[in-house]
Design a protein around this ligand. Structure first.
Ligand code: PGA
Length: 270
């Protein structure tokens, strides 16, 4: 696991975007797993800049981690009224790059048959050859995707009830601004499971801000537990990059060691 600590949010975002761009350049038809929330916005802005300088997404396929149940839209059509993750992805990334609509997969929050849909989503990931690089944030309650405390570490794509903390965090970040009452925001989501995430070939986690510093330390240096589903990152067998800003890294016990390893790897081109 590479734990990379950068000065601030901008540097964290640049570093994460460079890692993603590396995959796209090495394999132009790579499959990216994408995330939503406040954390990846800077990374997406960097990718948009890179696209303007020539980074080509025309063959890239993407699978988003999650979507609120009850919302979701045709990308680019009726996006002005809802706070769906489909809308978020369209606004923050997709409309700015040359990705093909048919190569974008986001869980359908409006599905009439969530169980069937979730099985289909898992099959589509398999049909695409699996996810080459999964981008993830870290929730305030330790979730990744929307895998809330107590979800099985072997879980697959399914419907998940959101915790009060997640509802509070996401209300502040998104729904309040849109003048939507907290009681009106969706309380359920479709999410890839921790088992699904662990099958991604490689993982890129990004976290910023002092509010998440305790959770970062628990996630990376604490015991693996279904109470903090992102601790399952410690079980992953591929390349793992965790890119943090200084504030998010501030409670790590071994941060000097991580900085030393990064320096050595750079020096020896590893
Ligand atoms: P945030 O959410 O980026 O909005 O903090 C992260 C997450 O819930 O995974």
């Amino acid at each position: 696991m590479d734990i990379i600590i950068r000065e601030n949010y901008e540097q964290m975002s640049k570093c994460a975007a460079e890692i993603i761009a590396g995959y796209v350049k090495a394999k132009p038809d790579c499959v990216l797993g994408l995330a939503t929330g406040g954390t990846p916005i800077g990374t997406y802005r960097e990718l948009i800049k890179m696209h303007r300088e020539g980074l080509d997404f025309s063959q890239v396929r993407t699978f988003n981690l999650d979507e609120y149940l009850g919302v979701g839209i045709d990308l680019g059509k009726t996006y002005d009224l809802d706070q769906s993750y489909a809308r978020f992805m369209y606004e923050e990334l997709f409309k700015h790059i040359n990705i093909k609509r048919e190569n974008i997969y986001i869980p359908d929050g409006q599905t009439k048959d969530p169980k069937k849909f979730c099985m289909w989503y898992e099959q589509e990931i398999k049909k695409a050859g699996g996810i080459d690089l999964q981008l993830l944030g870290l929730g305030g309650d330790g979730h990744w995707g929307f895998n809330e405390p107590g979800s099985s570490l072997g879980s697959r794509t399914r419907v998940q009830a959101l915790t009060e903390q997640t509802l509070d965090d996401n209300y502040e970040a998104f729904y309040k601004k849109a003048n939507i009452a907290r009681s009106q925001m969706p309380h359920f989501a479709i999410t890839m499971g921790t088992g699904t995430i662990l099958e991604a070939k490689n993982i890129l986690m990004i976290v910023n801000g002092s509010k998440k510093a305790d959770m970062v330390a628990k996630c990376l240096e604490g015991p693996i537990t279904s109470q903090i589903t992102a601790t399952a990152i410690q079980l992953h067998s591929g390349d793992i990059s965790v890119v943090l800003d200084q504030a998010a890294a501030s409670k790590l016990k071994n941060s000097d060691h991580y900085k030393f390893v990064e320096k050595m790897k750079r020096q020896y081109g590893l």
